[in-house]
Write a protein that binds this ligand. Sequence first.
Ligand SMILES: NC(=O)c1ccc[n+]([C@@H]2O[C@H](COP(=O)([O-])OP(=O)(O)OC[C@H]3O[C@@H](n4cnc5c(N)ncnc54)[C@H](OP(=O)(O)O)[C@@H]3O)[C@@H](O)[C@H]2O)c1
Length: 399
Amino acid sequence: MAFTVHPPTHTRWLSDADIHASTDLTGKTALVTGATSGLGRSCAAALARRGARVMLGVRNVEAGARIAAAIEAETGCAPGTVTVGLPLDLASNESVRSFAKDVVGKCPRLDLLVNNAGVNFVPKAFTPEGVGVIAQVNFLGPAALTRALEAPILAAAAHAGVANVVHVSSVTHRYASIPSVARFLTQWDAGSYAATKLANVLFAYECHRRWGAQGVRSAAVDPGAIYSNLWDNDRVFSSPPMRAILGLTYAPPEDGVAAVVTASLAPFHEATKRKGGRDGDGDGDGDGDAATRLRFYARGLFASRLVAGCAPGLRDELNDGVAQSASWHLNYYAWGIATLAVSMLDWPVRACSRGRFAGRTAEVRSSPASYDEATACELWEKAGAAAGRVARGKEMLVG
Ligand SMILES: NC(=O)c1ccc[n+]([C@@H]2O[C@H](COP(=O)([O-])OP(=O)(O)OC[C@H]3O[C@@H](n4cnc5c(N)ncnc54)[C@H](OP(=O)(O)O)[C@@H]3O)[C@@H](O)[C@H]2O)c1
């Protein structure tokens, strides 16, 4: 299959307030995973506020029901606007398939899927299929969910002209590489979290390439540095002094979610503008390339040239090298520390700047490794196998 990749050659700034306020999701259905806390909860509330019917994909359905009621109360939506289905445990393909089957039965059209749930710093463990839990929860489970929901997503796109699948990635994807998909799924090393976040971007792009012509948009988004439960499992990050530092320097989820919400709403916003007769793809830049342009969103310092422009050298070296070599570790930790420094500056800089960095999300170039078509195809096939869509031997889940 031949793909056309159009990475943005420039940074395109979008006004969060403009997109959020002018996009109406009334009559649309959205599914947000990992909605019990952090970004997922804030995203679900933001979408309900814009008029969407929102399903929460959560593993703890009691907690999910409490969150659904709280979101309805704080947004003033009608009871039953925010709902919880079967438990969704992304660590289990069986759970993903049961959850998706239930959604397909209840919901003929799914306009927006936000693959947000994710983990970091979890104890090393493997699924019965031999997949590392971090790769399973952060990549394979969400990707399998997307593939299992193909019918309602394509139906929504056919009905309304557009549907959207958003993958919450991270700045760490910029210093990751996936030299081998089998190794990525079955091995677990210091770079595994970053590799899962690169896999999210590769899958977003594959999704866009496979389904783009049918009206499905897919984007990956770097939310920035958020003070959430994500850090709870790490000894250093969860220590009282570090918690205090993160509390002061990392954005609260309500602020951090802005880029995720902008990525979620942008295609619907563009579709509304298109109906108004403006510009080829409705984004105001006159390029008319919505069906083929691949999107990666970031905010603040994470969208700056400093971050978005300087990872390629590292990626090449990692791709050519052995993941566990001393130079790999040196590079990996150097980039990790640099990222941590940017993370701690971003929210304070945005909070103070009010101008250049506040209230805007940018569409930026993602890491060059994101455009690796062969790896993207392979990840797509693995997700299909996990979703039960592909049973042929050569596309078995692992190996
Ligand atoms: N925080 C940051 O600075 C940051 C930066 C870059 C990217 N991100 C990404 O943003 C996303 C959301 O993270 P967050 O910061 O909002 O963290 P969070 O508050 O810890 O939220 C994570 C969510 O994922 C859910 N989850 C975990 N394991 C799951 C599983 N096996 N099945 C289903 N759901 C599961 C959690 O559910 P439970 O309540 O049941 O545990 C929770 O709702 C993640 O993908 C993360 O990688 C975060």
